[in-house]
Design a protein around this ligand. Structure first.
Ligand SMILES: [Zn+2]
Length: 450
């Protein structure tokens, strides 16, 4: 039997193993079931013939599950699967049709938190390796699994793990933890992730809230903060901080061609969100370029004074805004932070306090990297078609992998675009799990010849 046939005849086992994974809660935000889930994942790797161990940094940090299987062929290349076993919280509970950790199979869908993100993706990688081991007694290339438990809370320690286990984790290519499939069943081969700088700006004008009649005398911190953040960005979405775009790497000609080719349905996107126009009235290619390589300055939340029911005339003592900046290749979060600090100072806002929560750089695999064509042809074979995406609009720790391991990263996977990840009734589609597992097999097979 060949590995692809093995996958066809063993889908029931894949489904039941995925259900077992879903049924073990592993909410990193609440430290719920993390240790238990790490052990379960380790057990599952071993069951599939992969040697596995639990790696740790220090107390309070989620363990990382490491798996490895060497090819019997000499001088084989090494392919890494990066995944995560933690999931998002399940709230709001009342919006779930089934209990969130049920793993219930209904027709072509398996429901439950983590069914798609990321336990569904993880099971496709494990089962692809198993298919090879069970049918040939070998794997076409060396395989390493790095399965972390803090992805959903921002992968706070993955960089530390990668640094500590740099040699152990060394590899020639990384298959990223997710991969989307669009509404026309086309898998998206993703080559990059944006970076992120998350900050909190705050202003305090008085030591406590006051009666708002005193607004004739006491300055209002909310006004002050609004004036400050109004200088950061224009209404077209352009960031006005000096040198903000200075280091940005422009798109290559090839990237622009791929971006132009990538399908994007403006009208259904607008309908999905109930909007009439895009920021800066973008249209056509500019919309796609923004998604792939646009930097942002987004107000994630603004808090000051009274926002409860009814009226309350209050003059708040403090105002606070949380801002996320999406970064694109060659923007360095540290440098961008300094630019923000300089900007506020030079605009007379030295009283605005800056707290940096999180900074990570963007990463993008070159279209010329041979890994790209290998993954794409595997996707084409398994799904019948594929789409190349130069960069996802979101952020992940891809830069840490590229920097520490020097290996290109590509995302490909089984997650249907509208699989409600992070939301109630998250699901994985059985047909896509099967196609992805086969696709991973084909990648392993092609990777050996990179
Ligand atoms: Zn997620």
């Amino acid at each position: 039997m060949n590995p692809l046939k093995y996958i066809d005849s063993n889908m029931n086992a894949l489904i039941s193993d995925l259900q077992t994974l879903i049924q073990q809660p592993s909410v990193s935000a609440k430290n719920e079931g993390i240790e238990e889930c790490a052990l379960l994942v380790k057990k599952m790797l071993v069951k599939s013939g992969i040697s596995a161990e639990i790696l740790r940094l220090k107390k309070g940090v989620a363990p990382l599950v490491y798996g490895e299987i060497k090819s019997k062929k000499k001088n084989s290349k090494t392919l890494m699967f990066y995944n995560h076993y933690d999931v998002q919280p399940v709230e709001p509970l009342n919006l779930w049709d089934e209990p969130p950790f049920s793993g219930k199979l209904k027709g072509n869908k398996i429901f439950g938190r983590g069914s798609a993100d990321d336990k569904g993706e993880l099971i496709t990688r494990i089962k692809a390796v198993e298919a090879y081991l069970k049918t040939t007694g070998d794997v076409p290339c060396n395989i390493k699994f790095v399965i972390e438990g803090e992805e959903e809370t921002g992968s706070a320690h993955i960089d530390e793990y990668l640094k500590k286990y740099k040699t152990k984790f060394s590899c020639d290519g990384v298959i990223w933890e997710f991969g989307y499939v669009d509404s026309k069943n086309r898998p998206i081969v993703g080559l990059g992730m944006k970076g992120l700088l998350f900050v909190e700006l705050s202003v305090r004008e008085s030591i406590r809230d006051a009666h708002s009649s005193l607004a004739v005398l006491i300055k209002n911190p909310a006004w002050r903060l609004i004036e400050a953040i109004k200088t950061l960005r224009n209404s077209e979405g352009k960031v006005l901080i000096k040198d903000w775009y200075k280091d940005v790497k422009p798109f290559t000609k090839k990237e622009l061609e791929i971006i132009a080719e990538e399908p994007f349905d403006e009208n259904s996107f607008k309908k999905e969100f109930g909007i009439n126009s895009f920021v800066g009235n973008k249209k056509g290619i500019d919309v796609k370029k923004a998604l792939v390589g646009g930097a942002t300055c987004n107000i994630a939340g603004f808090v000051s004074g009274y926002t409860g029911d009814g009226a309350k005339t209050v003059l708040p003592g403090e105002a606070l805004v949380k801002i996320d900046f999406r970064l694109v290749p060659k923007m360095d979060p540290k440098k961008q932070t300094q630019r923000l600090q300089r900007h506020l100072k030079s605009h007379g806002f030295s009283d605005v306090k800056i707290k940096v929560y999180h900074g990570e750089a963007a990463a993008r695999t070159s279209l010329d990297d041979p890994f790209v064509s290998k993954v794409r042809s595997a996707a084409d074979e398994s799904f019948g078609t594929s789409i190349i995406n130069v960069s996802n609009a979101g952020t992940g720790p891809m830069y840490s992998f590229v920097e520490n391991l020097g290996a290109p990263c590509i995302s490909i996977g089984s997650t249907y675009m509208f699989a409600r990840i992070h939301s109630p009734n998250e699901f994985a589609r059985v047909d896509l799990l099967k196609k992805t597992t086969k696709c991973i097999c084909l990648i392993m097979d092609k990777f050996v010849k990179v």
